[in-house]
Design a binder for this molecule. Structure first.
Ligand code: UDP
Length: 456
């Protein structure tokens, strides 16, 4: 008699934001390649389409009761807090239906992997006795920071953070991070941030934590987490090195690749501030002046809605067009990974989101770091101070500072040294993603118990 094959399913629950969807879909692809069936349970907001890129995945949608206008008004932190409140019941209903439809015999759910900011899935998984796994889409060091911050004396910390003299001091136990580098987001009031952190670091009944990072990047932070969290911690990143899982929510303008094809090797500075950051008109002008004065070609992603009170660039003065027309190329959204791979790109001016940081590290491209909020400041500090492949722009943005930073990175010997270190790190990351490498082995360590015993 033919033996019935039992499929093992993993349920993924992403945060509905580009920087979280991208690594979650990469993880889905990696797990699918290991033989698992994948179900993605997502909210209505920022849905990934079940396009040609994920033909074998099952996508289920739960209502989030949050109109798009509310999301803009709420800000990221309040949005996440509300999302967690609204979705607990709808997620439970959805998971219950999934279990009923699939029956228990030939399609087992091995675990629910949820983004660390989406703890609404914990209760339902527990009710159905399904193991949960936390997926951290930021770096291990920022996770350590959150754990430390979740335990600080809130009143004292709020006072300290307002004191300009304290800002430049190294935070005890988190060297080389200073107070001002801590991931105390600009997305919402500090009190709400601390509340959210205490939820995210509470891994509760989770069986494991997986992190999109590698031990060659942050071994001591990973060791700290391994000791502190008391569940296995698996650094399996950067996932994009081994996995292609296109999941862009915005349309990519590929004309910039043609433009790059006509530029000299390592001459272009690529500028992108990610999917959420907002930038003032005044800063846009200082950037444009500095870039123009640097005499280097530049490719600039200006995301629609990223300049407050403007659909796109229409609120910028005519002067802006003049400054960018000679050496610049502007797009609304770029195929970033392809751009960073391009030989013409010599540097990346970034807000230092963790995905952008990993993508730059993965291509050996040094960076100009201008973080806005949250973990971006941690990444910027590490890029400049620990990995030494970045120049951080702190304080007021001025054209002279911009011009100097571009020249340091693209023209000066200092930039060439940074590029060498970046390429060295790229090679280490590639080794870790290859068979036998630390991240590749870590992924195997995570999935093997699921395959053999169908449990963690
Ligand atoms: N990205 C892109 N095209 C762009 C700008 C960004 O594809 O023009 C992608 C980028 O490759 C990265 C993601 O958007 O994977 C941004 O994530 P990140 O963590 O860097 O920042 P966030 O958007 O979360 O602030």
């Amino acid at each position: 008699m033919e033996e019935k094959r039992v499929k093992i399913r993993i349920v993924l629950v992403p945060v509905p934001a580009q920087g979280h969807i991208t690594p979650m879909m990469q993880l889905g692809k990696a797990l699918h390649l290991k033989g698992f069936s994948i179900t993605v349970i997502q909210t209505q907001h920022n849905r990934v389409s079940s396009s040609k890129d994920f033909p074998d995945f099952q996508f289920l949608t739960i209502p989030d009761s949050l109109p798009d206008s509310d999301i803009k008004k709420l800000g990221t932190i309040q949005f996440l807090i509300k999302l967690n409140q609204f979705c607990e019941a709808t997620f439970k209903h959805c998971l219950g239906q999934l279990l009923q439809e699939q029956g228990n015999d030939d399609d087992n759910i091995a675990c629910v992997v949820y983004d660390e900011y989406i703890h609404f899935s914990k209760a339902a998984a527990k009710a159905f006795q399904i193991p949960t796994v936390v997926f951290s889409t930021i770096n291990a060091t920022a996770f350590v920071c959150r754990s430390v911050l979740a335990k600080v004396n809130e009143d004292q910390f709020l006072i300290d953070m307002k004191d300009p003299e304290v800002q430049d001091k190294v935070f005890q136990g988190l060297h080389p991070l200073r107070y001002k580098d801590l991931p105390t987001s600009a997305f919402g009031p500090l009190e709400s941030v601390l509340k959210l952190y205490s939820e995210t670091v509470n891994t509760g009944t989770a069986s494991a934590v997986i992190i999109n990072s590698a031990s060659c990047l942050e071994s001591s932070s990973l060791a700290w987490l391994q000791q502190e969290l008391q569940v296995p911690v698996y650094p399996i990143g950067p996932l994009h090195i081994a996995i292609t899982a296109p999941s862009s929510l915005l349309e990519e303008d590929r004309s910039c690749i043609e433009w790059l094809n006509n530029q000299k090797p390592s001459s272009v500075i690529y500028i992108s501030l990610g999917s959420l950051a907002l930038i003032k008109t005044k800063d846009m002008l200082e950037m444009a002046q500095g870039l123009s004065n640097s005499n280097q070609p530049f490719l600039w992603v200006i995301r629609p809605g990223s300049i407050p009170a403007s659909e796109w660039t229409e609120s910028l003065p005519e002067e802006f067009d003049k400054l960018v027309s000679e050496r610049g190329y502007i797009v609304k959204w770029a195929p970033q990974m392809e751009v960073l791979k391009h030989p013409a790109v010599g540097g990346f001016w970034s807000h230092c989101g963790w995905n952008s940081t990993l993508e730059s590290l993965g291509e050996g491209v040094p960076m100009i770091c201008r973080p806005f909020s949250g973990d971006q400041r941690v990444n910027a500090r590490y890029l400049e101070n620990v990995w030494r492949i970045g120049v951080q722009l702190e304080g007021k943005l001025e054209k002279g500072i911009v011009e100097r930073a571009v020249k340091r990175l693209i023209v000066d010997e200092e930039g060439a040294e940074m590029r060498k270190r970046a390429i060295d790190l790229k090679e280490k990351l590639e080794t870790s993603a290859r068979s036998g490498g630390s991240s590749c082995s870590s992924l195997d360590d995570f999935v093997n118990p699921l395959k053999t015993k169908n449990s963690l």
